[in-house]
Design a protein around this ligand. Sequence first.
Ligand code: IMP
Ligand code: MG
Length: 187
Amino acid sequence: MIDQTAALYRDLDRILVTKEEIAEAVRRLGRRITEDYAGKAPVLLGILKGAIVFYSDLMRAIDLPVTSEFMAVSSYGSATKTSGVVQIRKDLDHDITGKDLIIVEDIVDSGVTLNYLKGHLANRGAASIRIATLLDKPGRRRVDLKTDYVCFEIPDAFVVGYGLDYDEKYRNLPDIGVLAPRVYQKD
Ligand code: IMP
Ligand code: MG
């Protein structure tokens, strides 16, 4: 392993989900979506930036003529707790009227971000909206949000890797790990 990546791994308390477990779960989810949307061409809506790694693996595991959209929203800053205020920083490129949307997200925590986004997209005429998330922290939910596809339910801990960041770092780690609290508590 290259030295810089080894240094990032030293900031983790433990590995929570290995890259092999992720790969298997993403393959399984791709097969499920392929069956559930047979005969359709869903729009995969990736939420930047955290979902990018999951998104690129998932789209190749779906055997359907999917199209791609991305949105950027923020509710976080560099802290490890949600602010509760959601802001759209990058909007859709195309009209979604009559489309079957699958929102692809890295993690659902309080649910505030996706709850807001789902309401916003429903007002724009999508035929259906489902949520596919890599990780779900159900213990932290603050709003009543249904997640349709979940790869892993995880406990209440701040995690990084496979697209998830702390202060824009750790996104390139192939595994998902619990960030050692000393890393963010010193800020
Ligand atoms: P929510 O609105 O509280 O559900 O927050 C969702 C967003 O917060 C996710 O899309 C992530 O960007 C971020 N987030 C929540 N928990 C974590 C975590 O454990 N690690 C990294 N980012 C997280
Ligand atoms: Mg996110």
